[in-house]
Design a protein around this ligand. Structure first.
Ligand SMILES: Nc1ncnc2c1ncn2[C@@H]1O[C@H](COP(=O)(O)OP(=O)(O)OP(=O)(O)O)[C@@H](O)[C@H]1O
Ligand SMILES: [Mg+2]
Length: 416
């Protein structure tokens, strides 16, 4: 097929594949007519892996195997070179990532035929303050794309891609602050956009600043879980004799999407059994043991995430976990959530101030803030952005698809 340009937005939570031709850009349907594919892999003990919603369904139905989510987070840690146990086998995280990408590329090729070139999105920083680790993360993605047959692999910052998406609807030239708060990272760009600017071959001069931090919705889930749910499972619970509290790391693993599977081994089960004897309230540890023995970690994380999202529309929500833990269904209020995530919100506010400074701009110079990424749905983030840029218009668009379509537009610019 002639003159088709492709971009892939591999997200921590959701992925999209977009195409552009000479006149427009659009997202490809990936699963049951949906244009987003949850970045989830279910690796069956005996059988082929499944992906996206099907992977989550296999896990929920209790098929023997491992669910893996937030795989992108492994790129920014040493985990990418490690292996994870699945049944009697072990598989490398790189193999799991490659399988997920192969699935995306197979879906794309079925609709377009094979393509030689691809633009992949990337956060401004995969890893905060470690350029060498950052370069390794991008190199790992590039290697995966090449292994899948792409001869030309390019990268673009996710917020710049979102700017290109936004620019399609811009009617006049203006300075836009892109705020992309996703599942794993928060990314920011200040870009000059406009119908005339869009035609320029080189946009370098229109990009005034970029910055990003490794903070996103999966962190909000973790902090909400630690603050409001895991104390019911023994997190920070005292041990006998007033000597201390339960070790924290099991709970940190349970609250972190990409670390949950590390709990599922006999050593952890034995440790919890021993710790139960030390606990002042052993019934709390029983709940933790029930979650680990039943491999309910992801189901617990999903219940926390569901409550978090509900809090964007309602002042309170209930975390439905009783069947998983044998404990209560804790009610969480919006203020409680916002207190739990105060530290990362402060980092987001600081990064917005820093990017304005990097661009040498005062807040009044920004005409529009374009907010995208699933976590931009949080009311507290809207309030934060409005306070930082009181004169700017706040625009929202396709929260889950803007980066993908922007990457396809970038592919057309580079390869067209
Ligand atoms: N209404 C909402 N309120 C709060 N959070 C939401 C809402 N809708 C989705 N989210 C959160 O948005 C996140 C997913 O957003 P998105 O799909 O943009 O991330 P991603 O692109 O996969 O991640 P990243 O770009 O950081 O790699 C999840 O953490 C999800 O819980
Ligand atoms: Mg994203």
């Amino acid at each position: 097929m002639a003159d088709l340009f492709c971009g892939i937005d591999f997200g921590t939570s959701n992925s999209t594949v977009a195409l552009a031709d000479r006149s427009r850009a659009w997202l490809l349907p990936l699963e049951a007519g949906e244009v987003t594919l949850p970045s989830a892999v279910f690796w069956e003990a005996d059988g082929p892996p499944s992906f996206g919603r099907a992977a989550v369904t296999a896990y929920v139905e209790g098929v023997e195997g491992r669910l893996m989510r937030a795989l992108k987070s492994t790129l920014s840690s040493s985990l990418i070179d490690e292996r994870t146990a699945i049944g009697n086998k072990s598989v490398s995280f790189k193999a799991v990532l490659t399988a997920f990408f192969r699935h995306l590329v197979t879906l794309q090729a079925a609709q377009t035929g094979p393509l030689a070139s691809i633009i992949l999105g990337r956060p401004v920083h995969f890893v905060d303050g470690d350029p060498a680790a950052d370069a390794r993360a991008q190199a790992a993605l590039e290697q995966i794309a090449r292994s899948l047959g792409f001869a030309h692999v390019g990268f673009q910052f996710e917020p710049i891609a979102a700017a290109l998406h936004y620019e399609q609807s811009a009617s006049a030239e203006e300075l836009v602050l892109i705020v992309d708060i996703g599942g794993g990272t928060s990314d920011f760009s200040i870009v000059r956009v406009g119908p005339e600017r869009a035609k320029a071959a080189d946009r370098g001069a229109d990009i005034l600043a970029n910055d990003g931090i490794r903070v996103g919705g999966t962190d909000f889930d973790r902090l909400l879980s630690l603050a409001q749910l895991l104390p019911h499972l023994g997190y920070l619970a005292p041990t006998k004799g007033g000597l201390g509290t339960m070790p924290r790391h099991y709970y940190l693993d349970l609250a972190s999407w990409h670390r949950i599977n590390f709990l599922y081994n006999q050593r952890v089960a034995a440790d919890l059994k021993a710790l139960r004897l030390e606990a002042v309230r052993p019934e709390l540890i029983d709940r933790m043991m029930k979650v680990v023995a039943g491999r309910h970690g992801h189901a617990l994380a999903m219940a926390v995430e569901t409550a978090k999202i509900a809090l964007s529309d309602a002042p309170a929500a209930r975390m439905l976990v009783s069947d998983l833990t044998g404990g209560p269904n804790p009610v969480v209020r919006r203020e409680g959530f916002e207190t739990a995530v105060d530290a990362p919100l402060q980092r987001i506010a600081d990064t917005i101030a820093a990017i304005l400074q990097q661009a040498g701009l005062t807040p009044e110079r920004i005409g529009t803030v374009f907010m995208t990424g699933g976590s931009s749905g949080l009311p507290v983030l809207r309030t934060l952005v409005a306070a930082a840029l009181p004169q700017a218009r706040i625009a929202t668009g396709d929260m889950l698809g803007s980066v993908g379509t922007g990457l396809a537009l970038e592919a057309r610019r580079r390869f067209g």
